[in-house]
Each structure stands twice: as structure tokens, then as C-alpha cells.
Ligand binder design. Structure first.
Ligand SMILES: [Zn+2]
Length: 227
């Protein structure tokens, strides 16, 4: 906890320094996300999920430009080279079975909706993954529309890539665990970035825009989010 607080304080200081150095241009902060939907087979649902995810990411002051690289998608098959700073999200049918005892033991209690590698050193990682079977399972038992939950899971995992910091928030979109009660209540405040996260996302986005660096898909710290 102490470590988390220290890291947050450092991030805020950094954000203020960057804000002081650059003029405020919140309107032109945007991120390109390439979507590879290999699971839903539902173009309308995918479009709805992209709108939901973009709305959530907009709460961090970032506009999303989608490249739908999915089969049947507007940008399929996305053969162009990915620009530095562009992110990728894959919607997979299911999480690959690794035979991990821990994963099996936790399976009944927590359903993992997605994964995003995060570099503890703050380097860029670019690929997030969401598991469609888990999204369907949780949506079904909480009465949520599948595209809504899919979009929020995408926004959460992309959030890790945008924040470039390990760990989770205490509330809002970036909290680590989404309970069935919270999902059923569906409060709007549960699906937005916090003010501190918003500043961090904008600082990272401005830094990336000022000095684009080659991205790495490899991260160190595994995201262990449950629902
Ligand atoms: Zn997470």
C-alpha cells in the first residue's frame, strides 16, 4: 500500500511538471487502438463494445480512433505497420489453459476477464487481451448486455497500457475486482477513470506524442485482475 501511495505521488508530480511544460491541448489527445475480435462473430455487438470502451476512455480525456482489424471489420486485415504509440486489443474466445494449479483453484471464485502486461519500469506495452467466454458468463449472471461488459473490460485492460503503471485503483474503472452486485447496480462512476488516473493518462499521452519511442509488447508484471 505504501509503495502504491509513493508511486502515485511521484506520478502526480511528474504529471504536473509535464503540464507546466506544455500548453494544454486536451482536445487533441487521442489513441489509436487496433481491435482484433476473434471471438464474438457479432459486428453490431463489437461496434457497441467499441462505443462503450471509447466512452470509458474518454473519461481520461483521451479520444479513441479505432482500427477494426477483425474479420469483416472496417480496417480488416490491417496490413499496415503499427505506428509507435498505437495499442492493440485482442478479444479471444477463451483464456488458454496453462495447467496452473493456482488458476484452477481460483476459477470458481474469480473470473478473469482480461489481461494486460505492464512494465514496472514504466515502459510502453501495447497488447491487451479480453476473454469473451468470461465476459459472456459474467454478463449472463449479472443481467448486463454482453457488449457493455465487453467494452468495459476492454477499457480496463487498455487503461493499464495507458497508465503505464502496475496496480489498480481503489474505485472506478481501474478497480481490480468487479463484484456481481456492482455490475448489477451499474453505477456510472464505476466505469470512469479517477482524477489522478486521468492526469497520469494525459501525462503519458503527452510524453508519447512529444517523443514517440518504439513500443515493446513484453511486460514484466502480470496483471492479475479478476472480474
Ligand atoms: Zn486490471
Amino acid at each position: 500500500m505504501l509503495q502504491t501511495l509513493a508511486r502515485t505521488a511521484g506520478a502526480v508530480t511528474f504529471a504536473l511538471a509535464v503540464l507546466a511544460a506544455l500548453p494544454a491541448r486536451a482536445d487533441d489527445l487521442h489513441v489509436v487502438i487496433r481491435l482484433y475480435d476473434m471471438a464474438t462473430g457479432d459486428a453490431a455487438g463489437r461496434a457497441a463494445a467499441m462505443r462503450t470502451a471509447a466512452d470509458a476512455i474518454a473519461s481520461a480525456g483521451l479520444r479513441v480512433t479505432w482500427r477494426d482489424c477483425s474479420r469483416g471489420g472496417a480496417a480488416h486485415p490491417c496490413r499496415t505497420v503499427r505506428d509507435a504509440g498505437d495499442l492493440v486489443v485482442r478479444v479471444m474466445p477463451a483464456r488458454a489453459a496453462h495447467g496452473s494449479v493456482a488458476a484452477v483453484a481460483a476459477e470458481d471464485a474469480e473470473v478473469q476477464l482480461g489481461f494486460a502486461p505492464v512494465d514496472p519500469a514504466g515502459g510502453a506495452t501495447v497488447i491487451a487481451t479480453v476473454y469473451y467466454d468470461a465476459v459472456q458468463q459474467v454478463a449472463s449472471r449479472t443481467g448486463l448486455r454482453v457488449p457493455d461488459l465487453l467494452g468495459r473490460a476492454i477499457a480496463h485492460e487498455i487503461g493499464h497500457l495507458l497508465l503505464r503503471a502496475p496496480g489498480h485503483g481503489q474505485s472506478g474503472l481501474m478497480r481490480p475486482l468487479w463484484t456481481d452486485d456492482e455490475l448489477t447496480q451499474n453505477r456510472s462512476g464505476d466505469w470512469t477513470f479517477s482524477e489522478a488516473e486521468r492526469r497520469q493518462v494525459q501525462a503519458v499521452a503527452r510524453e508519447s506524442a512529444a517523443s514517440p519511442t518504439p513500443s515493446s509488447a513484453d511486460g514484466g508484471d502480470a496483471e492479475a485482475a479478476g472480474r
